[in-house]
Design a protein around this ligand. Structure first.
Ligand code: ZN
Length: 275
C-alpha cells in the first residue's frame, strides 16, 4: 500500500473530450498527470511523429491507444476490413509509443455470440504476429452484458481470461474496467486468476451513475456512483497489478461543463482511494 499520489494516474483523452490532444497534454501535465491513453479520434489526421515528439517533450507515458477490435461481421469482407483497420491501429500505437492497443472485440446483431467469439479469436490470432513485431500488446476489454448486442461478445472476465489463456502470449492480456465488471459475482476470483498469469494489462476507472440515463455516455466520476471502487482496487492490487490507473469517463453531463474544474474533481476523487 502506498500513499495515493498522481504517479500512476492516467487519463483517457475521451474523458476530457472537449479538449483536443494538445490541450489535453498541456492540462494533464500542468496538473501533474504523466499518463495518457489516447483515443484514435484524437490523433486522426495528425502527423504521428509530431504527436510522439510532443508527448516525449512533455514526458508523458502513453499507456494505451484506444481502441481497436470490432472483429465480428456476417461477411468475410467486413471482417477483412476490420483486420486492416486493426493492423493500422497497431502501427499507429507503435508510432506514438503506446504500450498497448485496447480491444473492444465486437458483436454483430443477428449473429450468435458463440459465432462472434470464434471470429474474435480468429482475428486476434491473425493480428498477434504483427503486434509482437511492433511491440504493441493487445488488451481485451470485457464489456458489460448490456453491450452484447452490438459491441462485444466478450462480457465477463471469465470469458476474457479463457480467451487470453488460449493465446498464452505476453502480448495478449486484459484491460479491466470497473464499469463493465463491477456486478460480477466471480470478480475477485477472476481478477486473481488474471493477475497470477500476468495477464492484467490495464485498469480503467469511472463509476456507474444511478439512474443511468444513457447506455454509452452517462458514466460518472469515481465515488459518484454505486461501484465499490476501493474494493475492486484492492482485488487488483492483491492480484499483483502495479500499472497505471486509467480514468476513462464518457459523460455528456461533464463534457458540457468547465473541463478544468472537471479535471480537478477527477484528481480529488482519484486521491481519495488507496492504491
Ligand atoms: Zn475501459
Amino acid at each position: 500500500m502506498f500513499k495515493s499520489d498522481l504517479s500512476k494516474l492516467c487519463v483517457h483523452t475521451i474523458t476530457t473530450k472537449p479538449w483536443d490532444l494538445e490541450k489535453a497534454i498541456e492540462k494533464y501535465v500542468s496538473n501533474g498527470i504523466q499518463g495518457i491513453s489516447i483515443w484514435r479520434d484524437a490523433i486522426e489526421g495528425k502527423e504521428l511523429s509530431f504527436v510522439r515528439s510532443t508527448l516525449e517533450r512533455n514526458e508523458m507515458k502513453v499507456v494505451s491507444l484506444v481502441r481497436g477490435g470490432f472483429f465480428t461481421g456476417e461477411n468475410l469482407d467486413s471482417r477483412k476490413m476490420s483486420i486492416q483497420d486493426n493492423l493500422k491501429a497497431i502501427e499507429d500505437a507503435a508510432k506514438i509509443g503506446a504500450e498497448m492497443l485496447v480491444l473492444v472485440c465486437g458483436a454483430t446483431p443477428g449473429q450468435s455470440l458463440e459465432k462472434s467469439r470464434t471470429q474474435i479469436r480468429d482475428a486476434i490470432e491473425e493480428l498477434l504476429p504483427f503486434a509482437e513485431n511492433n511491440n504493441v500488446k493487445l488488451a481485451i476489454e470485457p464489456l458489460h452484458p448490456m453491450y452484447a448486442d452490438s459491441r462485444s461478445a466478450i462480457n465477463t472476465l471469465y470469458q476474457a481470461n479463457n480467451l487470453v489463456e488460449y493465446f498464452d502470449s505476453a502480448y495478449v492480456g486484459i484491460a479491466l474496467d470497473v464499469y463493465h465488471v463491477w456486478w460480477d459475482p466471480d470478480l475477485e476470483r477472476e481478477i486473481i486468476r488474471c493477475g497470477e498469469k500476468n495477464n492484467l494489462f490495464a485498469f480503467h476507472l469511472c463509476d456507474w451513475r444511478v439512474p443511468t440515463r444513457d447506455m454509452l455516455n452517462d458514466r460518472t466520476v469515481m465515488g459518484q456512483g454505486i461501484i465499490d471502487i476501493q474494493e475492486i482496487i484492492n482485488f487488483v492490487k492483491n492480484a499483483g497489478y502495479s500499472g497505471y490507473h486509467e480514468v476513462e469517463i464518457f459523460s455528456e453531463q461533464y463534457w458540457s461543463t468547465d473541463q478544468d474544474k472537471y479535471l480537478d474533481i477527477i484528481i480529488k476523487s482519484y486521491l481519495s482511494y488507496t492504491y
